[in-house]
Design a binder for this molecule. Structure first.
Ligand code: 8ID
Ligand code: ZN
Ligand code: ZN
Length: 352
């Protein structure tokens, strides 16, 4: 089936820091020798995209910029060096658009740490456009029996929380606290954690998020805005009162990072994933040392984590709620996200 590639396409462009994003027509680019052009059908909206609009991270980005890094679609063109994916294949463009594949990190499956990594929707144009480019080696391979709207959020949120749960070394039967459980990463994390045999304590705020988090399999929910002592409440939610074996921190706020170092169980592992602007991780030295606690960061995932995370979805283990709106509505999605009003994930349809 041949696909007519147009010269122009619809895109959401960040023209200036702080937004709003501009919905307009821009030219379709041509893929380089080792790249593919993907006709993006759906793209999830990650809080990282809002950080890119606001430019609040200590990491330089391109401007003007097309954001987006949870893009799912169909390969419509490829460079002459690309051999292992074909036109017509379904593919995903994720945060890691490309990496050198030759450095120490790339050789050992830590390509997110590559010094030459290019980031979709940040350092290079991303997936809030109808045709986006990525290195063929890095596009996610999406089986054709998987729906493109539902798989979009897996391409960042899914991969990231799956990787984070693996990095926590929590074993089946143990307990993980998911901080920010009602958001995009958190809601999907509830499902991966459940599929991995973990017990979940969800932490977030509001009745809508509480109901959703419980439906997604959390044993308990703590509303951080209603609780007078989050540390005590989280510990009390574990069977022996000693706190969770792991904490997955996906909130966009500094305070819960501090709290988590306190309620984390001795020998437990805190996985920092959320990236609140200008925040610091502060832990009490005595309790961290005498409790032999581990505090570490986790940053997206590699190509293998990607295919494993997609496979969890394909096997029917991941079913988190998402809402689809037209790409032209992106500014409204950012507003709701800024206000913390989104339970789960929004996905934009690039045809509207
Ligand atoms: O590789 C990575 N490390 C990576 C990958 C993808 C995303 C990191 N991130 C980062 C994003 O840049 C962002 O900073 O993870 C963070 C969360 O992204 P998201 O899940 O896409 O954001 P969201 O949908 O807005 O959800 C955030 C949730 O946190 C809750 C909010 O209510 C919301 O549901 N929350 C906040 I803000 N403060 C909280 C608190 N004190 C809290 N939940 C519990 N306690
Ligand atoms: Zn993301
Ligand atoms: Zn590299």
């Amino acid at each position: 089936m041949s696909h007519q590639i147009p010269e122009k396409q619809w895109a959401q462009v960040i023209e200036k820091t702080g937004g709003p994003v501009d919905y307009k027509q821009i030219p379709v680019q041509k893929p380089g020798p080792d790249e593919v052009l993907v006709n993006i059908k759906y793209s999830g909206v990650c809080h990282t995209d809002l950080h890119a609009v606001n430019g609040d991270w200590p990491l330089e980005r391109k401007l003007p910029l097309v954001g987006g890094h949870e893009g799912a679609g169909v390969i419509v063109a490829k460079g002459e060096l690309v051999q292992d994916v074909e036109i017509g294949d379904h593919a995903g463009i994720k945060w890691l658009n490309g990496s050198c594949l030759a450095c120490d990190f790339c050789q050992t499956g830590d390509e997110p740490l590559c010094g030459k990594a290019t980031l979709s929707g940040y350092a290079v144009d991303g997936t809030f456009q109808q045709y986006a480019i990525a290195k063929a080696a890095h596009v996610a391979r999406i089986p054709k029996d998987v729906p493109l709207d539902a798989i979009a959020p897996i391409l960042c949120a899914g991969i990231t929380v799956y990787k984070g749960l693996k990095e926590s070394n929590a074993r089946p039967g143990q307990t993980v606290a998911i901080v920010g459980a009602g958001g995009g990463l958190g809601s999907i994390a509830c499902q991966y954690a459940k599929a991995m045999g973990l017990q979940v304590i969800g932490i977030d705020t509001g009745d809508e998020k509480a109901a959703m988090v419980k439906k997604l399999g959390a044993e308990s929910f703590i509303d951080f805005a209603k609780s007078s002592n989050v540390v005590k409440d989280v510990q009390a939610a574990t069977e022996d009162g000693l706190g969770p074996h792991a904490v997955l921190l996906v909130a966009v706020n500094e305070k819960p990072f501090q709290q988590a170092t306190e309620y984390l169980r001795p020998r437990g592992t805190l996985i920092a994933i959320g990236l609140p602007a200008g925040a610091y991780l502060r832990a009490p030295v005595f309790e961290t040392v005498a409790g032999m606690k581990t505090i570490k960061g986790s940053y997206v995932g590699n190509r293998k984590d990607t295919s494993e995370a997609i496979d969890f979805y394909r096997r029917g283990l991941i079913n988190a709620p998402f809402k689809v709106v037209g790409m032209s509505e992106l500014n409204k999605v950012y507003e709701m996200m800024h206000e913390g009003k989104i339970a789960g994930r929004y996905v934009v349809d690039t045809s509207k």
